[in-house]
Design a protein around this ligand. Sequence first.
Ligand code: ATP
Ligand code: MG
Length: 294
Amino acid sequence: MTENGNGDGTGFFTSVADTVDRLAAVGYLASTAVATTVYLADRLGKPLLVEGPAGVGKTELAKAVARIGAARLVRLQCYEGIDEARALYEWNHAKQLLRITAGRDEGWDAARTDIFGEEFLLTRPLLTAIRGDEPTVLLIDELDKADVEVEALLLELLSDFQVTVPELGTITASRRPFVLLTSNATRELSEALRRRCLFLHLDYPDAELEHRIVRLQVPGLDETLAASLVRVVGALRAMELRKAPSVAETVDWARTLLALGADTLDDAVVRDTLGVILKHQDDVRKAARKLTLA
Ligand SMILES: Nc1ncnc2c1ncn2[C@@H]1O[C@H](COP(=O)(O)OP(=O)(O)OP(=O)(O)O)[C@@H](O)[C@H]1O
Ligand SMILES: [Mg+2]
């Protein structure tokens, strides 16, 4: 048992219903399916891999869990070329050199023991997340953007909640972080990584849920207008566009309509504001044609 008295889990939630309620209380509306996976990840103390298109609330989910647990959010933003030194730790070479120079008379052996100590260690997000006793949410964001070697770095952390620094030995988390990894699936993640995680495919919400999200995030918007907006967004997603509008864009569109003081979603309003939800000229043209806007 860990300190939180909940087996190996992080212990943020007590049931699926509790997960739905507490996510909603911090502004994140989840379907029962989503809440179930989040609850299980918390309960079993397993990392959660969230895959899905852009703008469907993957990153926001990690932020919401952190808000609920009053946890610190440690974020590793992945990009091409990210390496161990950026993700895990690195030695402060400048400081080490100074130490060696200052201690020239002591001889190399003394300096060597010294310069590979805590004081010279620069901790990066993965190491930061497993050290310390406070509740922590570790967000490994957009893992598919990193090179495949980075996944190898994560395996020890994801299965044993520990990392090994050759000069210092193995550092084990005294309190397990809630780990959430996100991916847009621009490349396949390795089997070894998937095996260590619970998997959640986050897709565009259904109309009812999206309507609730809009109402929550843009409370000033008229209910009927919100419903028409969600319907048009659904129609746009059904077209084969280069970039379908995401939840983020639905919310932006709702804010736009509110700012413009529009009371109905007529053709002129849609035409003039399509740029808020569609980000390619081809898509704007295609949508205008299919929605038969003048
Ligand atoms: N279930 C939800 N409840 C409330 N808001 C949501 C929900 N899903 C998405 N949103 C809204 O959509 C915005 C975008 O979500 P987020 O940034 O998490 O997307 P993402 O999936 O991480 O996208 P990307 O792959 O581009 O990083 C959030 O800031 C939030 O306003
Ligand atoms: Mg994101």
